[in-house]
Each structure stands twice: as C-alpha cells, then as structure tokens.
Design a protein around this ligand. Structure first.
Ligand SMILES: [Zn+2]
Length: 123
C-alpha cells in the first residue's frame, strides 16, 4: 500500500488552486474590476471559490493515504476470502460532494469465492 503523491506535490497543487481562486475573487491587477457590489454577491462568489479549491484538497488528501494504491487485491470485505483478483485496470471515478466534483482513481478487486467486487483501497 502506498500514497500516489508526495506531500510536497500535494501542497503545490493545493496552493496553485488556492492562489488561482483568490486571484479570481480579488485580482492582484488593479486594472481588473472587482466583481459584485453586495455582501451577498461576495458570498456567492465564495461558493464558486469553495468548488474550485475544496475538491482539489480532498483529491490530494486521498492521494496521500497509505491505501491510495495497493499492490494486492487482498481480502474480500464481503466474505473474508483471500481468493481475490484484480478486476480490470484502475479507473477514474467522479464523486459529487457538497463542494463539487472530486476525481479519484479506484482500483477494483473481485472475489473468486463470492463473486462480489470491491475497492481494495477501501475508497
Ligand atoms: Zn468474497
């Protein structure tokens, strides 16, 4: 089992997304206009800010877990059998969370004993 990124790479990706979102909210270039006029306008803009940043933080955090990528399908979580195999290549899966779409890479295992499929990493 291992992470699929490093902390440094994850932080760089998060910081890049954060800085881009801040720039959209408050452009450093004073020739660019600030958007909105009311506090409600600002709140609505920050909803988009959250959607731009939080999914990336979640993706990076998931990529840092020790179980982000496993080398063996392991034990079936349904019946406990060790007779498992990989069921195809890892695939990108989109998950819609409260703050936007998160893209995770999922590995798929299949149990030879009970025939059910599962995610060996538990994602
Ligand atoms: Zn099973």
């Amino acid at each position: 089992m291992s992470a699929v990124t490093t902390r440094q790479a994850a932080l760089e990706r998060i910081n890049k997304a954060f800085q881009a979102a801040v720039e959209r909210f408050i452009p450093a270039d004073e020739s660019k206009p600030l958007r909105g006029t009311t506090f409600r306008d600002f709140e609505l803009q920050l909803q988009a800010f959250k959607a731009d940043v939080i999914p990336i933080i979640l993706e990076q955090r998931a990529a840092l877990t020790d179980s982000a990528e496993v080398t063996e399908a392991g034990c079936c979580p349904h019946c406990g059998s060790q007779q498992t195999r990989w069921a195809g290549a890892p695939a990108q899966k989109e998950i819609r969370g409260p703050d936007g779409v998160i893209v995770l890479t999922k590995q798929h295992g299949r149990c030879r004993q009970c025939g059910r499929s599962f995610s060996p990493s538990g994602s």
